[in-house]
Design a protein around this ligand. Structure first.
Ligand SMILES: Cc1ncc(C[n+]2csc(CCOP(=O)(O)OP(=O)(O)O)c2C)c(N)n1
Ligand code: SF4
Length: 245
């Protein structure tokens, strides 16, 4: 019998400790598949955030380093400049990247660092109990917006692809979703495109993956996918925001 599916070499044989239905696991897997496909496992260094994304430490089978809150693009910059032969990617959540790490991501993007950033947007702080993130939707409930996010007091959701694609240096900026198998296939292709640009020394690439947090959204995994389609995907339109060959 032909083998048609196997565990990517870039993922360890471990039981996931992400909450049931959390799409961080899907994001980890498609990144691993692309690393395998491009033969990058041995030369990769993943820079981890704080947040649930940090758990990738247990799952990816590549060299990794944890960075302080939001500092992943700065750490990745240092690693890549010292070791340009390594493949360096950041994996960050929205609280990590768009709140305390906003400065780091903007300046790494603006400098056109030859790194790849995978940004998992679940519109909330997951690991620390569901506080409002910069990406939290208008009227969305969180532990710090208990009557729903009010733009007059908390501002509007920040759209990182739209912001970063406005800079001159980035080569590839795109937003995908992981709510369906079809969208996961597209997301995987987007990650591959971003990683290839780094291999070709073409500079900064940014892939946003729309995700969920059933635990802090207080819904079932299936309801979380419906919620994404009815809410987050309308506020964060999917697509390629910038592509410079
Ligand atoms: C330097 C530092 N500051 C703050 C924290 C607390 N902290 C841990 S996870 C987290 C938020 C993570 O949210 P997000 O980036 O949205 O990731 P998610 O858990 O949703 O994937 C915070 C504030 C920390 N661990 N380290
Ligand atoms: S808290 Fe949310 S983001 Fe974190 S593992 Fe659970 S579902 Fe995923």
């Amino acid at each position: 019998m032909d083998k048609i599916y196997g565990r990517p070499e870039s993922i360890r044989n471990k039981v996931s400790t992400y909450c049931p239905g959390c799409l961080h696991g899907v994001a980890n897997k498609i990144v691993a598949e692309v690393l395998d496909e491009l033969g990058l496992r041995e030369k990769s260094i993943c820079v981890l955030p704080v947040g649930c994304g940090t758990l990738g430490l247990f799952y990816w089978n590549v060299d990794m380093i944890s960075s302080a809150h939001g500092r992943a693009p700065a750490v990745a910059t240092g690693i890549k400049r010292c070791s340009p032969d390594k493949f360096v990617f950041c994996y960050q959540g929205d609280g990590d990247l768009a709140a305390i790490g906003l400065s780091e991501i903007m300046h790494a993007a603006n400098r056109g660092e030859n790194i790849s950033v995978v940004f998992v947007n679940n519109s909330i702080y997951g690991m620390t109990g569901g506080q409002m993130a910069p990406t939290t939707l208008e009227n969305q409930y969180s532990t710090t917006t208990q009557k729903g996010r009010n733009p007059l007091t908390e501002g509007y959701p920040m759209k990182m692809c739209e912001i970063i694609s406005g800079l001159q240096a980035p080569r590839y900026v795109a937003r995908f979703s992981m709510d369906s198998p079809q969208n996961i296939i597209k997301a995987r292709a987007g990650i591959k495109k971003a990683f290839e640009l780094q291999i070709e020394n073409k500079g900064f690439s940014f892939v946003e993956l729309m995700s969920n947090c059933p635990t802090n959204w207080c819904v079932t995994p299936l309801e979380s996918l419906e919620w994404m389609r009815e809410n987050t995907l309308k506020v964060f339109p999917l697509g390629v925001y910038k592509e410079v060959e």
